[in-house]
Design a protein around this ligand. Sequence first.
Ligand code: 5AD
Ligand code: SF4
Length: 456
Amino acid sequence: MGIAMSELKQKKLYIKTWGCQMNVYDSRRMSDILSPLGYTATETPEDADMVILNTCHIREKATDKVFSEIGRLRDIKEDRAAEGKKTLIAVAGCVAQAEGEFIMERAKAVDLVFGPQAYHELPEMIVKATGQRIVNTDLGVDTKFDTLPQESLNHGPAAFLSVQEGCDKFCTFCVVPYTRGAEYSRPVEQVLNEAKKLAASGAIEITLLGQNVNAYHGEGKDGKTWGLGRLIEEIAKIDEIKRIRYTTSHPVDMEEELAYAHRDIPKLMPYLHLPVQSGSNKVLKAMNRKHTAESYLETLSQFKKHRPDIAFSSDFIVGFPGETEEDFEATLACVKQVGYQSAYSFKYSARPGTPAAAMQAAIVREEIKQERLERLQAVLNEQFLAFNQRVVNTLQPVLFERKSDKSGQLQGRTPYNQLVSVPANDRLIGQIMDVKINHASPTALRGTLELLEVAE
Ligand code: 5AD
Ligand code: SF4
């Protein structure tokens, strides 16, 4: 850009991130792209020359939450203006993509609105935004990754790497195909280069991210199209990387190659997050999921056959339009058959513009949704606890990721993605150590260190 770093005025950047891991990844890349412009991170919006709200549209009232945050920021912006300081307010992510024009109209304090496929143009947008307000909700993803700067070093031992974006599935309840655009896979070389850089800067674990990560079909260096299993095999060759995970997968794209990868690649962790949403074939059809409860269960058993200790996780929606008590019981039956290690469960909420939002006649009453959610979560919680109790009194290799809120403790994860707190010295962050598990709750474990380092 021809500007020496010393000439750049140091500026502060505050990013607030909602939603999925893809958004966490995007926020980090936004801060990477702004760092050559002199922006450094701050935790307090009052200090910030630029604020980015990286939003999520999946949850109910997402837009309301964003507007209330903008209200708070508007006051800060006004206070700062009284002191002669400028503040740029940007709304990014999926709410921005879906409601860009509306945000601009309703929230005059906002300078910039851009969607998930446009943030590589941030430097240009910032320059333009000094004279005008900007909306950029372009959905062409293929140039974004080419233009982004190198990965920064500010990830912990467990890093994310986005390999696939977008979705063509059009589940009738979901906004993602509209906010993230069509499915796109990054070329293999690009992914491998980023993985090597992450490894060189201290990543021990990499989680490959994509809205439909198992639909990955990147162009390989051999001219062939590589699937996710082949990509994982190649990433596993990077010495420093000891653990590989991926999320989120769709049942329709599950291929046996990936099950073989779980069998053959020890670095690939025994954990599969595969959302089923409902156990009723009638509801699955109305959701346009393109799979049945039976085909889903068959996929899980195929994976279990190749990796018997694999842990399963899912997403569930209760109270989808038209869901009867019988349909809901089919979901419970599916849950009982699988036995989950973890899961996310939600009450259906209509997203404007999606086909399910038009299924007015079949709406399930709020009290019924609430009651079903509680029944589902009671069964799931029992399963989480049972799964976690199975590792009590065993040794588990735990990758220490960060300090816990409790002083003198570290937090890490087992291969099955269970969260573990352990009294341990900070210098063990980034190490994989054997931990004796002493206590289990539905969502976490506690353990103590065994002083042997474990090679995986
Ligand atoms: N209502 C409730 N839950 C939803 N999800 C996505 N859209 C909706 C909606 N409209 C859930 C699905 C998805 C997860 C990320 O969020 O379970 O897998
Ligand atoms: Fe949304 Fe369905 Fe695509 Fe997942 S597969 S992102 S739920 S449309």
